[in-house]
Write a protein that binds this ligand. Structure first.
Ligand code: PHE
Length: 442
C-alpha cells in the first residue's frame, strides 16, 4: 500500500493547524474560561500552553515522523514488544469520546448557519436568542439530524484520505475565518459595557485560581492543541523530513492561541453588553454572537459566513479525530479505508445519539476526554520521549531538516521534568479538592 501523504511540503502542517483550530477555540475556550473566573484562567492557560502542551505537540510530531506510522503502529515500531502502544489504544478510545459530543456541537453550528441563512436568527430579540439555543440543545431530533450530517461529511472526507480535503481549507478558509473574527471583535469591543467584558478577560483576580481552574486550564490546553491522544502523532507521520518540526509546532500553537484569545475578545464584551452570564456553560457562544450580528450592518451575511466558517473549522478537527480511529482500524485489521471509515462513523453516531439525548452524557464525555484522558495520554507520551526514545534520537529527529533546534535543552528539560510532574501535581491537587481538602487555603 502506498504511503499516504500531502502534496505540498507544508500540507501536513496546514492540516495540523486545521486540527488544532476548531470548536475548542471558539466554543469551548470561552465557555470554560467563563466558568473559571476569566482573566486568571487566561494567564494559567498561557503558561500551560507554553510549558506543557507545546512540548507535547513537538514530541508527538517527532514520534510520528520518526516512525512514519500512525499513532498505535508508531509506538509498536519504536518500542517493539513493549506496552507503549497502549497509548495509541487509549487515543483511539479518546477519539471516539471526543467525536461523540464534538459532532453534536458541529451539528448545532451547521444548524445555526441554516437558521441564519433563512433569517430566523436575525429577527430574534435577546431573550429569543437564548430561548433558541435552549430549544436547539434540548431537542434530540434536531441535535441528531444535524450531527448525522456533520458526521457524514467528515466520513466522506476521511474515506477519500485526509490529504485531499484539508490542505486547501486550512490555507484559504482559515485566514478568512480569522479576518471575520477580527471584524466581529471590533464590533464587540465597541458595544456599550464592553469594558466590563474586556476586564473580565484581561484583569486577573487571583482568588479565582482554584484547583479546578488549574485542572480545566490544563485539559483545555491539550484539547485545543489536539494533543494527548495521538492525532498529532498520526499527522506527524505525514510531515516531510525537510520540515522544521519545532518551528511548525510553535506556529500551530500561536495560531491556535491567537484564535482562542480573539474568540474571548468577541464573546465577553458581548456577554456583558447584553447581560448574559459568562459562566453559563456550553451555550455561551450560541447565545452571545447572534446578538452582535444583530447589531452589525450586513449582520445576516456575517452571521451566515461566520457559522459556516466555524463549521469548516470544526470539520477539519473532527476529520483529524476520525483519522485516528480509521488509521487504527486500517493498519491493525488490514481493511480498506472505506470500510474502516464506515465502522468508525457508525460507532460514533451511536455515541452521538446518546449525547443528543442526554446532557449528562454530553458533559461527561466533554469533561472526561479533555480533563482526564488527554492529560493522561500526554503524560505517557512525554515519558516515552526521554525514557524510551532517548535524548539523542529525539534530537536527531527534531534536527532532521538540517537545522539546529536552539532551544532543545529547554525542550528536553520540560519534557523530562516539568511536564510529567506538573500533570501529576495538578491531578493530585484536583483529587484532593474533590475530597474536600483545599490545598489552596492558608
Ligand atoms: N483541537 C480541536 C479543537 O480545538 C479538538 C480536537 C481535540 C481535535 C483532540 C483532535 C484531537 O476544536
Amino acid at each position: 500500500m502506498a504511503k499516504e501523504g500531502f502534496n505540498s511540503k507544508a500540507g501536513a502542517i496546514a492540516a495540523a493547524a486545521g486540527s488544532a483550530v476548531g470548536l475548542g477555540n471558539i466554543w469551548r475556550f470561552p465557555y470554560v474560561l467563563g466558568q473559571n473566573g476569566g482573566a486568571a484562567f487566561l494567564l494559567i492557560y498561557i503558561f500551560f500552553m507554553l510549558l506543557i502542551a507545546l512540548p507535547v505537540l513537538i514530541s508527538e510530531f517527532a514520534i510520528g515522523r520518526k516512525a512514519g506510522l500512525p499513532v498505535m503502529a508508531a509506538f509498536q515500531k519504536l518500542a517493539p514488544g513493549k506496552k507503549w502502544y497502549l497509548i495509541g489504544f487509549s487515543g483511539v478510545f479518546c477519539a471516539f469520546f471526543i467525536s461523540s459530543f464534538y459532532n453534536v456541537v458541529s451539528g448545532w453550528t451547521l444548524y445555526y448557519t441554516y437558521i441564519s441563512a433563512t433569517g430566523q436568527l436575525t429577527t430574534l430579540s435577546e431573550s429569543g436568542i437564548e430561548a433558541m439555543f435552549t430549544q436547539t440543545a434540548s431537542d434530540p431530533v434536531v441535535c441528531m439530524l444535524w450531527m448525522f450530517v456533520m458526521l457524514g461529511i467528515t466520513g466522506f472526507v476521511v474515506s477519500r484520505g485526509v490529504e485531499k480535503g484539508i490542505e486547501q481549507y486550512s490555507k484559504i478558509l482559515m485566514p478568512i475565518l480569522l479576518i471575520l473574527i477580527v471584524i466581529v471583535c471590533i464590533r464587540a469591543v465597541t458595544l456599550p459595557n464592553a469594558a466590563d467584558g474586556i476586564s473580565f478577560l484581561l484583569k486577573p483576580d487571583f482568588s479565582k485560581i482554584t484547583p479546578k481552574a488549574l485542572f480545566e486550564a490544563l485539559g483545555q490546553s491539550f484539547f485545543s492543541l489536539s494533543v494527548g491522544m495521538g492525532t498529532m502523532t498520526t499527522y506527524g507521520s505525514y510531515i516531510s523530513k525537510k520540515q522544521n518540526l519545532s518551528q511548525s509546532a510553535v506556529s500551530v500553537a500561536m495560531i491556535d492561541f491567537f484564535i482562542a484569545f480573539l474568540a474571548g475578545l468577541m464573546i465577553f464584551p458581548c456577554a456583558f453588553a447584553f447581560g448574559i452570564n459568562p459562566g453559563q456553560g456550553a451555550g455561551l457562544v450560541f447565545v452571545t454572537l447572534p446578538n452582535i450580528f444583530n447589531q452589525m450592518s450586513m449582520g445576516q451575511v456575517i452571521s451566515v459566513l461566520f457559522f459556516f466558517l466555524l463549521v469548516v473549522a470544526a470539520l477539519t478537527s473532527s476529520i483529524s479525530l476520525l483519522e485516528v480511529v480509521v488509521t487504527y482500524l486500517k493498519t491493525q485489521f488490514n481493511i480498506k479505508r472505506k470500510y474502516a471509515t464506515l465502522i468508525a462513523v457508525t460507532c460514533i453516531a451511536l455515541l452521538g445519539i446518546g449525547c443528543s439525548f442526554s446532557t449528562t452524557l454530553f458533559n461527561f464525555f466533554d469533561n472526561i476526554s479533555a480533563n482526564v484522558m488527554l492529560p493522561l495520554g500526554a503524560f505517557f507520551i512525554i515519558l516515552f520521549v526521554p525514557h524510551v526514545l532517548g535524548r539523542d534520537a529525539i534530537k536527531a529527529e527534531l534536527e532532521a531538516h538540517g537545522g539546529k533546534f536552539k532551544l532543545f535543552n529547554l525542550y528536553f528539560f520540560l519534557t523530562k521534568y516539568v511536564v510529567p510532574i506538573a500533570i501529576l501535581l495538578i491531578f493530585i491537587n484536583n483529587i484532593l479538592s474533590w475530597m474536600g481538602i483545599n490545598t489552596f487555603d492558608k
